[in-house]
Design a protein around this ligand. Structure first.
Ligand code: ADP
Ligand code: MG
Length: 361
């Protein structure tokens, strides 16, 4: 009858103007019929890999409509090939991405973003709450105001100038704390962290776009972490913030001991400022930085251990994290019947069962 037509009309209008393939339309229509969203609005963002749409959900009880955001991964693309490095070797995708099936791969990316958002959300890191996932369509909490305007990216944000100190300093400190929490509590490295993937509202930073984030034990996790640290530092320096050294931040983020919650996180960072090397030591620091930048980081398991090469390398250029050290030990035992502790500092045994192998849900 009339109701049904009305519903169909509404559903069609909800998706019509959006250029979408039949599968995507079907998924959205099902979500509409299940009441997860009522209307899908225009694109908030169109990207290479995904589009993000605004949406509204009208609660059945007649209460105020709730804004939602829908991220729809594009299925017919090749850029995902480039992203393979993020998947290869990662625990949750041990079997690797299915190269033959693009659609399957895109689904995996959406699933990865969904799970990573769940981790952030349950760790109390401000991010969009993930609500629903179906294939390559992810419904999440809308980060924006009541009129439907999304919060600005940190890149576009205007911060209130209170006159005393640089208004960008507080968000900088906040972000370093988030990065540590992400690493130590969520066991993740964002791997695309920049002013483009952080939204800002009322002094608060929201982390988004975590589909490429990797487990901290991923073979390239520490390399991605350095990249994140560098991008963050570059941005805040451009805002005139007196930033900490990349090395000090790296050590702060990865340290096993230490706080993982505010306000202790911020206090620990302030302590880093108080205890940082004086200007006289800056030259020495610069040398250290150079060593840090050039440090060898294993990229693949094959690269992880090469006894002859490593024996010739200065020790400080060998960066094995605990997990890698474990693998190295296993590998050398298997291949040479030799179980020397290559981590050298005896700190490698503590990895155990940190929950990484289990599902988060
Ligand atoms: P991409 O992979 O295209 O970079 P992002 O996840 O970074 O996708 O989202 C692209 C843009 O969409 C963001 O810069 C932000 O402006 C907007 N956006 C993403 N998620 C949300 C959300 N939950 N609420 C409001 N805006 C969002
Ligand atoms: Mg992005």
């Amino acid at each position: 009858g009339h109701d049904k037509d009305n519903h169909k009309d509404k559903a069609d209008r909800a998706t019509n103007e959006l250029v979408m393939d039949q599968r995507t339309r079907m998924i959205l229509l099902k979500m509409i019929s299940r009441g997860i969203v009522s209307e899908v609005h225009g694109a908030i963002s169109t990207g290479k890999e995904a589009n993000v749409y605004g949406a509204v959900m009208d609660p059945l009880d007649g209460s105020r409509p709730i804004q939602r955001a829908i991220k729809i991964y594009k299925t017919a693309i090749l850029v995902f090939k480039d992203r393979e490095k993020y998947v290869t070797g990662e625990h949750r995708f041990k079997r690797g991405a299915n190269k033959k099936n693009n659609r399957e791969m895109v689904k995996q990316w959406a699933e990865k973003e969904f799970r990573n958002l769940k981790r952030l959300h349950s760790a109390g890191i401000a991010c969009p709450e993930p609500l629903e996932l179906k294939s390559h369509v992810l419904v999440m909490e809308f980060l924006g105001d009541k009129r439907g305007y999304a919060y600005p990216r940190l890149r576009d944000a205007t911060l209130p100038d209170e006159g005393t100190e640089n208004p960008w300093r507080a968000p900088y400190i906040q972000l370093l704390g988030i990065m540590r929490c992400l690493f130590r509590v969520c066991n993740l490295v964002h791997a695309d962290l920049s002013e483009y993937n952080i939204l800002y509202n009322k002094s608060k930073l929201y982390i988004i776009d975590v589909s490429q984030s990797v487990e901290h034990e991923h073979p390239r996790a520490l390399e991605f972490l350095r990249m994140d640290i560098k991008n963050v530092g570059d941005f805040f320096r451009r805002q005139g913030v007196d930033t900490l050294q990349d090395r000090a931040i790296y050590d702060f983020i990865t340290a096993i001991e230490g706080p993982v919650e505010e306000p202790a996180l911020s206090e620990a960072i302030e302590h880093l400022y108080e205890t940082r090397p004086s200007i006289e030591d800056a030259a020495t620091e610069e040398v250290n930085m150079e060593v840090f930048r050039n440090q060898f980081i294993p990229r693949t398991l094959d690269e992880v251990y090469d006894m002859e090469r490593d024996a010739q390398m200065p020790f400080e250029q060998l960066v094995y994290n605990n997990m890698l050290a474990d693998k190295v030990a296993t590998k050398s035992e298997a291949e040479e019947g030799d179980s020397e502790d290559v981590s050298g500092d005896g700190a490698g045994g503590d990895d155990g069962d940190d929950g990484n192998s289990s599902e988060v849900d």
